[in-house]
Ligand binder design. Structure first.
Ligand SMILES: Nc1ncnc2c1ncn2[C@@H]1O[C@H](COP(=O)(O)OP(=O)(O)O)[C@@H](O)[C@H]1O
Ligand SMILES: O=C(OP(=O)(O)O)[C@H](O)COP(=O)(O)O
Length: 399
């Protein structure tokens, strides 16, 4: 059903509470990639130009229901202010008297960012008391947080029970593109998975087995699978409670004739640091205790290249290694180049996830793929064919 968008509502003089996904990568208090902030600009600018009073809500990281300074949105307010070329008021509170006062003081065309929504325990529990308090600050809710659409939280889903929720331009664009891609993906359809959010993303494979022809696995995700195959993985990151699931997925894949391709070698080190000693090790030989896999190795890169040949639809989610450190960035860079090449050969290619999007930008290949989604988990669940709670809560257009 077609969703209502910000274009369908009158914003003049209205208080608009807008959920954005400003969950940007940070290092030592500095934003290392501002793509997600830039992606929300068209919606914010539109609301400001129409004379709305804009109150922005976002989470950053996973502070688990309490204020933690390293997850403050203050640096984001500063970057947003530069990008908008106007003042962005910032209140270091998520709700309460200070917030109310700041909202009352807002004039048309002004913008206010509240502190990290996840400083409140109620946010991730979709607590309706909290959602109501946010709703009471405004006349309308704009949901532009596609990256958070797979979460049913108070600031994107609960709030829609109290005031109308409409889609922002980014949300609209993501839904349009991903719907087109999922409706009828041209085959061979190949999914490349990596990254660190293993428990979040491993379940997705189950549904993808119904759709994809091959699934290539790198990143930290590979080690849960290698463990399931009885390999020695040393101190590599893996998830103990997902090993059985990984084993089941491997056998289900072979029943269905879907190829799950795992790396055959890895780059290992004893510390997650630049400049440390690193080695290439064959997965078959195992990784010694005290060493961890931080990237896929050169033979795996060749293998992935062979497996990708001829693909017509490619979805890539999650880096192949710790690409933030150059010593472990080769696998991610090579896969990014493969995806760019295959796009040139006519495949539809979709990259999803905050870090994967940052990686493709880092390598200057952003314009060489079909679509870079701002959502990782969100785009994957969308491609699985699930209805995302953060989309379901947006009002539908009346016929
Ligand atoms: N082998 C690995 N061990 C530990 N972390 C890894 C490994 N491979 C990739 N990562 C990390 O995964 C992170 C991204 O994971 P994730 O959040 O799942 O991806 P995305 O944001 O693209 O959805 C990156 O910060 C990267 O350093
Ligand atoms: O970065 C995000 O997801 P992603 O890493 O899957 O792209 C979203 O902001 C959601 O964050 P969450 O996975 O902590 O709920």
């Amino acid at each position: 059903m077609e969703k209502m968008t910000i274009k369908d509502v009158d914003l003049k003089g209205k208080k608009v509470i807008m959920r954005v996904d400003f969950n940007v990568p940070m290092k030592d208090g500095k934003i290392t990639n501002d793509k997600r902030i830039k992606a929300a600009l068209p919606t914010i600018k539109h609301a400001l130009n129409e004379g709305a009073k804009v109150i922005l809500l976002s989470h950053l990281g996973r502070p688990k229901g309490e204020p933690k300074p390293e997850f403050s949105l203050k640096p984001v307010s500063e970057r947003l202010s530069e990008l908008l070329n106007q003042e962005v008021k910032f209140v270091p509170e998520v709700i309460g008297e200070e917030v109310k006062k700041a909202v009352e003081g807002l004039k048309e065309g002004e913008v206010l960012l509240l502190e990290n929504t996840r400083y409140m325990k109620g946010e991730t529990k979709n607590d309706l008391e909290l959602a109501k308090k946010w709703a009471e600050l405004a006349d309308i809710h704009v949901n532009d947080a596609f990256g958070t659409a797979h979460r049913a939280h108070a600031s994107n889903v609960g709030i829609a029970q109290f005031i109308p929720s409409v889609a922002g331009f980014l949300m609209e664009k993501e839904i349009k593109f991903l719907s087109k891609a999922t409706a009828n993906p041209e085959k061979p359809y190949i999914v490349i998975l990596g990254g660190a959010k293993v428990s979040d993303k491993i379940g997705v494979i189950n549904n993808l087995l119904e759709k994809a022809d091959k699934i290539l696995i790198g990143g930290a995700m590979m080690f849960t699978f290698l463990k399931a195959l009885g390999k020695e993985i040393g101190s590599s990151k893996f998830e103990e409670d997902k090993v059985d699931l990984a084993r089941e997925l491997l056998s289900k894949a072979s029943e269905k004739g879907v190829e799950i391709v795992l790396p055959i070698d890895a780059i290992i080190a004893q510390k997650l640091e630049a400049g440390v000693e690193k080695k290439i090790v064959k997965v078959e030989e195992g990784i010694d205790e005290g060493w961890m896999g931080l990237d896929i190795g050169p033979d795996s890169i060749k293998l992935f290249k062979d497996k990708l040949a001829g693909a017509k639809t490619v979805v890539w989610n999650g880096p192949m290694g710790v690409f933030e450190i150059e010593d472990f960035a080769t696998g991610t860079k090579e896969v990014a180049m493969m995806v760019a090449d295959i796009t040139e050969e006519g495949a539809v290619t979709i990259i999803g996830g905050g870090d994967s999007a940052a990686a493709i930008e880092l390598f200057g290949l952003e314009r060489k793929v079909s679509h870079v989604s701002t959502g990782g988990g969100a785009s994957l669940e969308f491609l699985e064919g699930k209805e995302l709670p953060g989309i379901a809560s947006i009002a539908s257009k009346k016929k």
